[in-house]
Design a protein around this ligand. Structure first.
Ligand SMILES: CC(C)=CCC/C(C)=C/CC/C(C)=C/CC/C(C)=C/COP(=O)(O)OP(=O)(O)O
Ligand SMILES: O=P(O)(O)OC[C@@H](O)CO
Ligand SMILES: [Mg+2]
Length: 233
């Protein structure tokens, strides 16, 4: 099983339910220097809007991953390098930890395991759609997050641990604690990265920073700055 994320610094997450800024194309986003495009979001995701973004990005030379929010939107598409499947370690219901996955396997049978990897999410912003949907317990200290990261790596063998502050810039000491707790796993950080400094501050600790809404709200130059910071850190 290839693990290309070990060499990444930056991911651009494109939400198929959100518009691009005036004059910006998917091709422009693919050419920002990001290491990979991850297509996904929590609300308003359909197979149709996923497929439109994946088709648009497939024409460009960039690693392309789907991050499905439920089994119904998973696309079989050779243009994809793989599938990054969330599992939310601090979810309020087992549905978001293993049950959605069980249903996916039950309904689909033989999945493309070579191209499928889970991301062990620790969801930290209670205002985010993903926190509300999964009823995540976000009332966690740095010690809790570090312990979840350790459990993900050592007990569940997760290749990717994802500290998720979607919509807001997280607490650096929490990300630092997760970084200290992980050794083999690749640590993703996402949430509220909006410029060079915010990207740099999180990339100092996380292996990979994920930039989402900035691409939809600001555009190319702003994203490029975050790529530069992720590579500098
Ligand atoms: C088993 C399969 C194929 C899927 C289940 C996958 C699971 C457990 C999903 C639960 C968590 C989830 C919805 C992840 C989607 C990725 C994500 C966190 C996107 C960020 O979403 P937000 O930024 O909070 O939401 P919007 O930007 O859409 O408002
Ligand atoms: O949209 P933002 O706040 O950049 O968050 C990125 C990503 O972690 C969302 O899943
Ligand atoms: Mg979002």
């Amino acid at each position: 099983m290839p693990t290309p994320w070990e060499d990444w610094n930056h991911i651009l997450k494109i939400d198929p339910d959100k518009e691009l800024p005036e004059g910006v194309t998917y091709g422009d986003l693919c050419a920002t220097g990001t290491d990979a495009i991850e297509v996904g979001g929590t609300m308003g995701i359909t197979a149709e809007n996923m497929s439109a973004v994946i088709d648009a990005c497939a024409e460009h030379d960039v690693s392309l991953y789907q991050e499905p929010s439920n089994p119904e939107v998973v696309l079989e598409d050779d243009a994809l390098d793989g599938y990054l499947i969330p599992t939310v370690f601090n979810a309020g219901s087992p549905f978001w930890i293993t049950e959605a996955h069980k249903e996916w396997v039950r309904l689909e049978g033989d999945l493309d395991w070579e191209r499928t990897t889970t991301e062990a999410y620790i969801v930290m912003n209670p205002e985010a759609d993903v926190a509300m949907l999964t009823e995540a317990d976000c009332d966690l200290g740095a010690d809790d997050v570090a312990a979840y990261a350790t459990v993900a790596e050592h007990m569940f063998g997760q290749e990717i641990v994802y500290v998720e502050y979607s919509g807001t810039l997280g607490d650096e000491s929490v990300v630092e604690a997760a970084a200290e707790a992980t050794d083999e796993s690749t640590l993703f950080y996402g949430g509220g990265i909006h410029d060079y400094d915010s990207a740099y501050s999180m990339a100092r600790h996380a292996d990979v920073v994920v930039v989402g809404d900035l691409a939809h709200d600001e555009g190319i130059e702003a994203v490029r700055e975050t790529v530069e910071a992720a590579n500098d850190a």
